[in-house]
Design a protein around this ligand. Structure first.
Ligand SMILES: [Zn+2]
Length: 523
């Protein structure tokens, strides 16, 4: 007994423009697509339910190919500073947060919106007695108050390899932490099974409401004991039809292998070993081959010394693993590509270049010869347009986020949000990929690098399934595939510019069962 979905515009995403009006689903699988009348006759006696899609558009459900699921769930529960323009008001609202002497955390401030970079002293002036941390939107920079420095055990003489401690004009610590210095914070803020379970529930509820049913996620280093983090996944995914593919941070890989913890589970499995090569544009820690345009004294930082980076890649290979590297600057891309050339991936497997934010033609050419996938976050382009021009200058900025050229290399290009760094809203990712404009509809950045809507949608649907080898049953809407899809008020293929952002998700369905339905009263 099954369900007949009728009167829709059901895109297979197998070929551009290909769609059907109806599909018949049994036991979560698509048995046949085609015309309603034909399906009614073919499955007469087996149709238990008919759903009228009322002309709405249907696409395979989305994957977010680079996200921090637990971090996203935590951020949903923390003070959101992403839109904050007034530091004083932010600190006052943080002060109200109860919880004895627990850390007070605000997520995602942007010093451009605040008009200044917060410091330890500014926070101390409002909250002197509890540890406070403000995380910058890029999550590669954070600011703590004096109490926070104390908790982290940071003193004047502390030196952090792969990171940096900000200092004021007198050379005193100003509370700003960069890159590897944040590892201390992750350890301190920790997490436990119960907390992580709650965060995962919050995250997944939100993702279902955004049409996302699958995530490639990186969480195992930041939320307490990695074995307990995996248990939290087991707990949550035992009852929820959500799928996850977990990257394994280099700092926990030995432990997890020693405990034989990386076996595939019914709803999640493990992927490449994750490492960082550099930082972010925001903190001017992304590693560039030429100095920053707005600070010629800086070219960014190496998170690992070159010999250590090489040792990490060799370690992954010794475990038979692929490598997934956070790479923002062109010099970071160069370093990582050189290592992949020297230590090739196992036949039939792909390494991951995460972000690949700045690629010149020479680097793209070398990528063409490598079995890689690229985790792209189109939304970064629209979020950071002005910052990109400042940091990179008017010419070099054309090498930023070259999505079309990435596809042309033959690399598998996957769409993601890097939430909580950006929002999980796929409409924003699609808008950014096809317009290359900021959300205020600025001029377009290097228009020939635009993706078509079909290419953009594929990067959030089919391509991530190919990346995890689950494309035999997910990522398309064709016969024998899972009936895992989203229903939208408007057809993305008909929408232009900001109208893409206003499309409305009606329903998210996993294997034939709705996991999210928009409140019909609002219609
Ligand atoms: Zn990330």
């Amino acid at each position: 007994m099954g369900t007949l979905w009728v009167n829709g515009k059901i895109y297979t995403m197998n070929k551009e423009h290909e769609h059907a009006r109806a599909m018949y689903v049994e036991h979560g699988r698509i048995l046949k697509m085609g015309e309603e009348g034909h399906l009614r006759r073919t499955y007469a006696g087996r149709i238990k339910q008919i759903v009228n899609l009322e002309g709405k558009s249907v696409y395979p459900a989305f994957t977010d190919s680079h996200i921090h699921l637990i971090g996203y769930g935590e951020a949903l529960d923390r003070i959101d500073a992403t839109e904050t323009t007034d530091l004083q008001a932010l600190l006052e609202s943080m002060k109200q947060k109860d919880g004895n002497d627990d850390w007070i955390v605000a997520e995602g401030f942007n010093d451009r919106l605040l008009g200044e970079m917060p410091t330890r002293e500014m926070i101390d002036a409002v909250i002197p007695d509890r540890p406070v941390v403000l995380k910058r939107v890029c999550r590669h920079v954070a600011v703590v108050n004096s109490k926070g420095l104390e908790r982290l055990g940071l003193i004047h003489h502390t030196v952090i390899e792969g990171g940096k401690l900000g200092r004021d004009a007198d050379g005193k610590l100003n509370g700003v932490l960069y890159d590897a210095a944040l590892d201390l914070l992750h350890k301190e803020l920790g997490g436990n099974r119960e907390k992580n379970v709650a965060s995962l529930h919050r995250a997944i509820d939100s993702l279902f409401a955004h049409g996302i049913v699958n995530a490639h996620t990186e969480d195992l280093f930041y939320h307490g004991d990695p074995l307990e983090t995996i248990q939290a996944y087991e707990d949550v995914l035992a009852d929820l039809p959500f799928h996850a593919h977990l990257l394994v941070h280099e700092q926990v890989v030995d432990t997890l292998i020693r405990h034989d913890a990386l076996a595939k589970r019914p709803r999640f499995d493990f992927g490449a070993m994750k490492l960082f090569v550099d930082g972010s544009f925001g903190g001017r820690t992304a590693l560039l081959s030429e100095p920053y345009t707005d600070d010629p004294a800086q070219r960014g930082i190496e998170v690992h010394r070159p010999d250590h980076l090489e040792a990490l890649v060799k370690k992954a290979r010794s475990y038979g693993m692929n490598v997934a590297a956070h790479v923002i600057g062109d010099a970071a891309a160069e370093q990582f590509i050189t290592l992949l050339e020297k230590y090739p991936a196992k036949r039939g497997t792909r390494d991951r270049i995460i972000h690949a934010s700045l690629l010149n033609d020479a680097l793209l050419k070398r990528i063409q010869a490598l079995p890689v996938l690229i985790d792209a976050q189109p939304i970064f382009l629209s979020d950071d347009m002005n910052l990109l021009f400042d940091r990179l200058g008017n010419e070099r900025v054309d090498d930023a986020y070259r999505f079309k050229s990435m596809l042309d290399t033959g690399a598998l290009v996957l769409g993601g949000s890097d939430a909580p760094i950006s929002t999980v809203d796929v409409r924003k990712g699609l808008y950014a990929a096809v317009t290359r404009q900021s959300f205020e509809e600025s001029g377009a950045l290097n228009p020939p690098e635009r993706l078509s809507m079909y290419e953009a949608l594929r990067s959030f649907t089919y391509a991530p399934r190919v990346a995890t080898g689950t494309h035999g049953r997910d990522g398309l809407l064709i016969q024998s595939y899972n009936a895992t899809f989203t229903v939208w008020e408007e057809d993305f293929f008909d929408l232009r510019g900001r109208d893409i952002l206003d499309n409305r998700l009606v329903m998210t369905v996993v294997e034939g069962t709705p996991v999210y339905e928009a409140n019909v009263v609002n219609a």
